[in-house]
Design a protein around this ligand. Sequence first.
Ligand code: GDP
Ligand code: MG
Length: 603
Amino acid sequence: TPLKLIRNFSIIAHIDHGKSTLADRLILATGGLSEREMTHGQVLDNMEIEQERGITIKAQTVRLNYTASDGETYELNLMDTPGHVDFAYEVSRSLAACEGALLVVDAAQGVEAQTLANVYQSIEHDHEIVPVINKIDLPAAEPDKVKAEIEEVIGLDASDAVLASAKAGIGIGEVLEAIVQRIPPPKGDADAPLKAMLVDSWYDPYLGVVILVRVIDGTLRKGAQVKFMAAGTTHLIDRVGCFRPKIEQLNELGPGEIGFITAQIKEVAQTRVGDTITDARRPAAEALPGFKEVQPVVFCGLFPTDAADFEKLRESLGKLRLNDASFSFETESSAALGFGFRCGFLGLLHLEIIQERLMREYDLDLITTAPSVVYTMHLSHSKNEDAQTIELHNPADMPDPNRIESIEEPWIEATIYVPDEYLGPILKLCQDRRGIQKNLTYVGGRAQITYELPLNEVVFDFYDRLKSMSKGYASFDYHQIGTREGDLVKMSILVNEEPVDALSMIVHRGTAEARGRGMVERLKELIPRHLFKIPIQAAIGGKVIARETISAMRKDVTAKCYGGDATRKRKLLEKQKKGKAKMREYGSVSIPQEAFIAALRMG
Ligand code: GDP
Ligand code: MG
């Protein structure tokens, strides 16, 4: 296809503003699918979990043929981008593959934090942005107010925003015309050596690893020998094609085009988003800019509730990793929870998605330990070891405190967008979490706040708090801004004088007491009474910073007691083996596993 007839665009939106519905409408309007095929809804969100959560996890692209009012038939490549901050790098690569974007804003909700973050990225990529005000069918729609908001907050001219209802099919023709008329065609040199960007990849049981590419220069042909410049590997291309959204095989992809290739690759881990694909015999002089290796930033332990499920968990993690090279796992053992895996994720939502898929698709019952960020520890030399710098992924592996010279922790810059009336408590929350306020502005009854925060304070129930404090109205987005030194300590939780490994965490000295107090108070509620008094303590090193005591049970209720007579206890244990209420012994205290789970859930 000649460059002037190609349009590459993505759709950016805050979650639930209608990105997927609009994408489906565009496919329908250009004949990619019939109305009947559409009734399954949200063609681009093809994983069950994505539909339910409304999150598009894997970027997919669709090629549409559209005959415009000027009589020309255009090739439109619609790139669907992942909708969440955890996948920020993937989003940035998808955006880099396009020349423009549709900015979808809900006519009743207006601009949200995620809208902002995505649109700023799009502006950074020099995109032509077409505002689409969606859901104008809703009684609460206020398109003029939203237009003004787009101009005021984002600084984009919204005077010729398209008014649409993706659900009702209103304004779809206008959207297609706007794409053709306002988004520029790609540039590229057909004669230059091949240069294509690896935008995304996923595992398909029939095709193996499928790679989504955007050709910049040259032509990507079936049968060609190509080189992945960052990975340093060469592959023979065995298929070239595009999605309409059904697969269509092609002989080649020319400059400016988006499509897929396969090359008998077995694992997505061999393909790196942002890599440059070039001709093995006639390579490009230099790779495309902006390649970045993604690294997990949040770690937690995943343990099967039933120890017998350990191998099943390993297999399931392996299967998930086939399709998601950005999470990592290795075996871990815990006195409290038995055998499990230490897993690394791109962020909290990523963690939740994997955890949910394990439970739902693989039918596993899991316990998740408190998420931890990666700490950089500078250690002095000791008798046996030299001074060194280590990365700590698990609080349980905390080195000897006497050797720690300093600890660095990751920081983020967060943007929060919230109606005025909830501002007070949210500022306090950020302040309590060691936040540094950078900016505070008001736009039409809403505040936009920018804070620098330690990631460590955000992985600990920050998002849930934010949502509940604002009745769900606050929106939140963040990106990492590097590491900073912090006064961090390991806090242990002791039950009847014995430390419970799964509950230890790294905290800031200034917030340790409050966190410790919260934890011992919760455990007091969660651990059943025994025949003796049980002290529950939070401690830093040898120093107790918070303490609660579970009083002893009176004799006459022994029959109901967990730690009671032997036959009863044995029966209980047998029952527990079958699933439910597992117990762990700590300093002769039996703790139901639910107590750990509940304590961990609450942070
Ligand atoms: P995404 O998260 O941005 O992909 O949003 P979806 O396309 O999944 O849409 C979120 C919800 O909004 C779904 O329940 C849609 O049916 C609904 N929705 C999308 N577009 C419209 C619209 O134009 N009008 C109305 N009333 N609802 C819409
Ligand atoms: Mg969606």
